[in-house]
Design a protein. Structure first.
Length: 392
């Protein structure tokens, strides 16, 4: 039986939230749903692992809904704040605790008392705050910044990440004791390409949603368009699918959504379409040329990696001193320059957390050792909705 999860409708909800709907139709999704509902019956801390845009917050909300807890569901993005702010945001502060703290304020742990606190991008939490978080989980109480009074808590913590926390522990970017505490109940959310049975039901859901907003009847997908959606690899997951459907409904002029109405990134054509034989079997000449271009790009990337491996061998044969540090410095400098000195974009391109990038930039003298404040690329509006969504 198909199940659909959606975010609660709110006029103040940010438009940039990652995944607004999650369908359980594919066997892999139905298996996950059963696991979520079994875990919900306990008070165990849960860790949701999945790529960006797969619907981790929707799973967390469903877990809270099935738990029977009567308190609120509070969602917080750990990557949306500078290190100097997130302490007070999570744990609260008293008046005068730091410059600008003109009054006492409860943190998100207190705000979620009796309910569930969802910490997204938990891998971005600084090491010093990981210690405090572990203490809160162990003692079930929180101490505000600038206070010595402990406040008892009844909060279930659900954390989420799109990085491999086990590797982060090995790299000493994440505490092992906190990792084991968080992963009591681990829920792995497959990427959209790994649950192809959900693609068309999700597409129909978004078609219905946007057609309702436009005051017109639902528009069907043509067979060619449906085939293209199923065979695309969806690197942006559910959020990308929603954007593709939204755009297709804007430009569609016929009685159905045609293949030409779909605007999909070349990033997803190679892995999904070529791997399934779609380009070879179903595409026309134009699509075949596009598939060939994708394969050529992949081949070029493989050649570049091979040249890099050859260069490493030459450096090792030459006995280059401090090779690891030199390679690390070259990589972070090149990536930082390529991202035009934007720390968040650098982290995305390297596939690591923002805090890892900041550590590397400080180590190699690209930003001051005491550099603090809002990280480039993450605006701070002061609005709770924007902060909770993490400017996704």
């Amino acid at each position: 039986m198909e199940r659909v999860l959606t975010l609660p409708q709110s006029p103040s909800a940010p438009l940039s939230i990652r995944a607004k709907a999650l369908v359980f139709h594919d066997p892999a999704s139905l298996q996950l749903l059963a696991q979520v509902e079994r875990v919900a019956c306990s008070d165990a801390t849960a860790l949701i692992i999945g790529e960006t845009g797969t619907g981790k917050e929707l799973v967390a909300r469903h877990l809270h809904h099935c738990s029977g807890r009567h308190g609120p569901f509070v969602a917080v993005n750990c990557g949306a704040f500078s290190e100097s702010l997130i302490d007070a945001e999570l744990f609260g502060h008293e008046s005068g605790a730091y410059t600008g703290a003109t009054g006492a304020r409860a943190g998100w742990f207190e705000a979620a008392n009796g309910g569930t606190l969802f910490l997204d991008e938990i891998g971005d939490l600084p090491l010093a705050l990981q210690v405090k978080l572990l203490r809160v989980l162990q003692e079930r109480q929180v101490v505000r910044l600038g206070s010595r009074k402990a406040i008892p808590l009844d909060v279930r913590l659900v954390a989420a990440t799109n990085i491999d926390l086990a590797r982060a522990v090995e790299a000493q970017h994440f505490r092992a004791d906190l990792y084991y505490r968080l992963s009591v109940a681990t829920l792995v959310l497959p990427a959209l390409r790994q649950r192809p049975g959900d693609i068309l039901p999700l597409a129909q859901h978004f078609i219905h949603q946007y057609c309702q907003r436009q005051g017109r009847p639902d528009v069907p997908l043509s067979p060619a368009a449906a085939t293209a959606l199923v065979h695309y690899s969806w690197p942006g997951n559910i959020r990308e699918l929603e954007n593709v459907i939204h755009y297709a409904l804007i430009v569609a002029r016929g009685a159905q959504v045609e293949l030409d109405d779909l605007r999909m990134s070349p990033l997803g054509q190679g892995a999904g379409a070529v791997g399934s034989g779609w380009i070879a079997a179903d595409a026309g000449p134009h699509d075949a040329r596009a598939g060939g271009a994708d394969l050529a790009t992949a081949s070029t990337a493989a050649d570049a990696l091979q040249r890099l491996a050859d260069a490493f061998r030459d450096l090792l044969d030459d006995g280059r001193p401090a090779l690891y540090e030199a390679v690390e410095a070259a990589l972070i400098r090149t990536a930082f320059a390529h991202a035009q000195s934007n720390q968040v974009q650098t982290a995305r391109e390297l596939g690591v957390t923002r805090n890892t990038v900041r550590t590397l930039l400080k180590r190699h003298g690209l930003i001051p050792q005491n550099g603090a404040g809002v990280v480039s690329g993450w605006p701070d509006t002061g609005r709770h909705e924007d902060r909770a969504a993490g400017w996704r």
